[in-house]
Ligand binder design. Structure first.
Ligand SMILES: Nc1ncnc2c1ncn2[C@@H]1O[C@H](COP(=O)(O)OP(=O)(O)OP(=O)(O)O)[C@@H](O)[C@H]1O
Ligand SMILES: [Mg+2]
Length: 308
């Protein structure tokens, strides 16, 4: 009995001593010892299995995270590609203007003041090209993976400048109405930018598909939390367009990866699923409201961050 007690205590401290016993006689202590030994073996096997399960769950989690990051990067490359096409087109105009001025500068019959003027204009076209390229580089730079307090208004203003040059926006008027007083959130700036750009591209596509001159209005506002234990405010960002809208029976699918209503080559169906992941990672939520033929409103709520 004493031996049994000692062994039980040893095992509760994690030592691997097994009970004595094993003799096949009918002694009840031996029978009890054998039963306890079997139980101990089972426990240690179970522990091994639990350890293995935890390990494979950890690995699955890591794999999932990596797959999510890969999707976000792939999606970003797709939009960089689309932007580059717009930018290449936009650089064509100033280049043509520069070539024209260079032709003029070659002529002998121009006055010194004309010469001065052509040179200044050439310089300003060159800076325009420089600015356009800078913006594409800024957008395509890989995410720095740094999460910190960032200004959502800065990001939105930035995006409105990039979109100015996009042929995609030729028939879409972009209006910003940034009335939130608190626009700081904790997120990865380049990811949040990617999410907002996706929403703006979708809105522009929807307006262009409607075949009319339309508008995209981006608004921000603050609202208090309605949970007693949440002390922070919320920042709401809405993207409202008057494009083709989304049929009611499709509204539930738009955030699913690869759901697209666009022609092959025009859309991969990853834009909104990536937005969803990015907004969720920033502690927020995203929701769509739409009416076919009228337009769409995408609503993003993010927790306001006041500190560092
Ligand atoms: N503002 C909008 N107006 C109308 N339909 C929209 C709007 N935003 C999204 N959708 C619908 O949701 C679908 C999924 O959008 P999502 O951004 O995920 O993919 P996509 O735009 O088709 O392709 P990708 O963004 O990968 O190039 C779109 O194909 C479209 O049908
Ligand atoms: Mg899209």
């Amino acid at each position: 009995m004493k031996k049994l007690l000692e062994t039980t205590e040893a095992n509760t401290e994690g030592r691997e001593t097994l009970f004595l016993g094993g003799e096949k006689d009918g002694n009840e202590f031996n029978q009890l010892s054998n039963a306890l030994n079997q139980m101990l073996n089972r426990i240690s096997k179970d522990q091994e299995n639990v350890k293995l399960s935890i390990h494979s769950l950890r690995q699955a989690n890591l794999d999932l995270k990596k797959a999510q990051n890969d999707i976000i990067s792939a999606e970003k490359l797709a939009s960089v590609g689309r932007f580059s096409a717009g930018i290449a087109h936009e650089i064509g105009n100033p280049l043509a203007i520069i070539v024209g001025y260079l032709e003029l500068l070659k002529r002998k019959d121009i006055s010194p003041s004309e010469r001065e003027d052509f040179i200044t204009r050439t310089e300003s076209e060159i800076s325009r090209i420089h600015r356009i390229i800078r913006q594409l580089l800024d957008f395509s730079r890989p995410s720095s993976n740094t999460i910190g307090r960032i200004s959502v208004h800065d990001i939105l203003s930035d995006i409105s400048t990039i979109f100015q040059y996009q042929p995609l926006m030729r028939h879409v008027e972009l209006k910003l109405s940034l009335s939130a007083r608190e626009d700081g959130v904790r997120a990865d700036a380049s990811l949040l930018r990617q999410a907002f750009i996706n929403l703006a591209i979708n809105a522009a596509d929807a307006v262009n598909q409607a075949g009319k001159t339309g508008a995209l209005v981006v608004e921000t506002l603050n609202f208090p939390s309605n949970h007693a234990n949440e002390t922070h405010q919320w920042l709401e960002v809405t993207f409202t367009d008057n494009g083709i809208g989304i049929p009611a029976d499709q509204l539930n699918f738009i955030f699913e990866p690869f759901y697209t209503s666009k022609a092959p080559g025009k859309g991969t169906g990853l834009g909104l699923s990536v937005c969803y992941m990015i907004i969720e990672a920033a502690g927020g939520r995203i929701e769509a409201r739409s009416e076919e033929g009228i337009g769409t409103k995408m609503i993003i709520d993010l927790p306001v961050c006041n500190g560092e």
